[in-house]
Design a protein around this ligand. Structure first.
Ligand code: GLU
Length: 585
């Protein structure tokens, strides 16, 4: 078999959705597994949808994920240019092949002509208008008009598109690597525009020509492109390229998280409020917040059974039907940016600052995700290894991945799982790596610490957080004085009757000759025994004094890392505060 060549072919129409990264990941894994080539092709022929900065975003996102292409814009390769806007002449040459072979034709219909035809068809009560074998002779094109007239129109520079001449009553079957046999009837397909009036190709034209010229062997893409594949196959045929046509693999959709993963007894009120607010923003003022919320509350009342609550009942009035319909669309179906906003998770790899707030968001990277964890999480959105293994290094993924184990049905996005992956990867990192990353985060805040100290913090905190920045949030007390103490614990545990003993304990700690965790522990425990103090009398107080909280790593480890002087000072400050709190009551 010839060397595998796979392309990731995004359009620079905005930030790249995480689903795009999954496609790129699958392409990358297959290319690496089979010693093939991973290509980035920028499909930027739709000028109207082009967004400044989107190409850079795509390249940066792939880089961050470690999915670096072997060929692509700015990288080079023997099949360039890799930006479709730089390949205009190529498409001009190949559209001629289709025109000359009678597989494509010029269409001179204006937007008004097409609208008029749509209206006419509607008035006749027929199904919607489709530009195809049954209608094309009634339209204004090089098949319906006399040759002379076509010549004159072309010579006079009349605007035209070029359409594919879809054959009548044929079936096209592909053997999709994920979906197996898929059959299309050409009667369901229309005469798609291949070249637009601006002289640029449409997606179909550029995509097929480039996949051929770039010798792509496997087209791996989202299932939303499956309906176009019938046309693509017919185009390969028309060009005479069917022998070397790529194999197709259409990936499952990435779906919204299951409502049961976020609606529960605790959160149902909050979400009833959120969804109602969203509903009201997108509907007219006929609806009142109270009534919308009541319907949402009713639906969420049994979080395990939301789907059946959303069924439209015979007695449901129009309003109820509208709210239920809205909730159904908002909670089920394809994952969207909206879901990320609503549920507070990223749906894009990197942050993006668009023109409006609606088009701006925080990415996985900026939320503190490790790219390896993101890849590991993403590979499971559609694929499974058939074993219990959940953690895969990139090499292991390359080894284990195959399209045979990619499913057909949608894969639900599960943010809890994404966080879990990040935690697993954080725990696996060695302390010196984490220390380096903490150093960067600290210097962004104008702070700093010694490497040994940072490694110590890393070792103590990495199992307690999901994200690197949380180490600095939850463990801020390693770098700054304690900001606040938990007053409830003070009330319960700071006993003035034991004041003398607690002072003695503070003095003992200040005088421990070798301030390592083991010695501190032995000394404190010995003191407790000698003074008949229990764990509950001492540890909550010590924890509060050094960190302000009763949660966190071992208090002996914290003390040892902070050092004797610092701990001594913190105990003095804390004791004074504890006395004040107690006096207030
Ligand atoms: N440009 C298309 C997209 O944005 C590519 C689809 C394909 O891979 O054929 O998804």
């Amino acid at each position: 078999m010839s060397k595998m060549r796979l392309r990731f072919a995004p359009s620079p129409t905005g930030a790249l959705h995480i689903g795009g990264i999954r496609t790129a990941l699958y392409d990358y894994l297959l290319a690496k597994k089979h010693g093939g080539t991973f290509i980035l092709r920028i499909e930027d022929t739709d000028q109207k949808r082009y967004v400044e900065g989107a190409e850079e975003y795509i390249i940066d996102a792939l880089k961050w994920c470690g999915l670096e292409p072997d060929e692509g814009p700015g990288i080079g390769g023997d099949y360039g240019p890799y930006r479709q806007s730089e390949r205009r002449e190529i498409y001009q040459k190949y559209i001629k092949v289709l025109l000359d072979g009678g597989h494509a034709y010029y269409a001179f219909d204006t937007a008004e002509d097409l609208d008029a035809m749509r209206e006419k068809v509607k008035a006749e009560g027929k199904h919607t208008f489709q530009y195809d074998a049954s209608t094309r002779m009634q339209m204004k094109n090089s098949l319906s008009l006399p040759e002379n007239e076509v010549k004159v129109l072309l010579e006079n520079g009349a605007p035209y598109t070029i359409r594919f001449k879809m054959p009548e009553s044929q079936t096209v079957t592909i053997n999709d690597l994920i979906r197996e046999e898929v059959t299309f009837s050409t009667d369901d397909l229309d005469d798609k525009v291949l070249m637009k009036s601006d002289g640029l190709p449409t997606y179909h034209m550029a995509n097929v020509v480039d996949d051929h010229l770039m010798e792509i062997t496997h087209v791996v893409r989202g299932v939303e492109w499956l309906p176009s594949t019938g046309l693509h196959v017919l185009m390969y045929r028309a060009f005479g390229w069917e022998d070397t046509m790529p194999r197709f693999a259409h990936l499952p959709l990435i779906m919204k998280p299951s409502p049961s993963s976020y609606i529960n007894k605790k959160t149902k009120e909050e979400f009833a409020e959120k969804f109602s607010g969203e509903f009201l923003r997108s509907h007219d003022s006929d609806f009142k917040m109270d009534e919308v919320k009541k319907i949402a509350q009713m639906v969420f009342n049994n979080p395990k059974d939301i789907q059946s609550q959303l069924k439209i009942g015979k007695k449901d009035d129009e309003k109820k039907q509208a709210v239920k319909g809205f909730l159904k669309d908002a909670m089920y179906g394809k994952l969207s940016k909206r879901d990320g906003d609503r549920l507070g998770f990223p749906v894009f790899p990197l942050s993006w600052e668009g023109k409006s707030e609606d088009d701006s968001f925080v990415g996985f990277k900026e939320m503190g995700f490790d790219p390896d964890a993101v890849n590991n999480f993403l590979v499971f959105l559609g694929w499974n290894p058939g074993t219990e293994q959940e953690i895969f290094s990139m090499d292991e993924m390359i080894d284990a991945f195959s399209l045979e184990r990619v499913g057909k049905s949608g894969a639900a996005f599960d943010y809890v799982k994404a966080r879990w992956y990040n935690q697993q990867y954080l725990m696996k990192k060695d302390n010196s790596t984490i220390a380096n990353e903490l150093d960067v985060l600290l210097s962004e805040k104008g702070m700093g610490a010694h490497d040994d100290f940072l490694q110590g913090v890393a070792g103590m905190m990495k199992e307690r957080v999901h994200f690197m920045p949380e180490i600095l949030e939850d463990g801020y007390y390693f770098f700054e004085p304690v900001k606040s103490y938990d007053d409830k614990t003070i009330q319960k545990r700071w006993n003035p009757e034991r004041k003398d003993k607690m002072d003695a304990l503070a003095n003992l700690i200040k005088g421990i000759p070798s301030f390592d965790a083991g010695t501190i522990e032995t000394a404190i425990k010995q003191f407790m025994e000698d003074n008949e103090l229990g764990f509950g009398d001492v540890f909550p107080i010590l924890r509060l004094a050094v960190s302000g909280t009763t949660q966190g790593p071992s208090v002996f480890d914290i003390m040892a890392l902070l050092g004797q002087d610092e701990v001594g000072q913190r105990m003095d400050t804390a004791y004074q505060y504890f006395d004040e709190v107690k006096e207030k009551v």
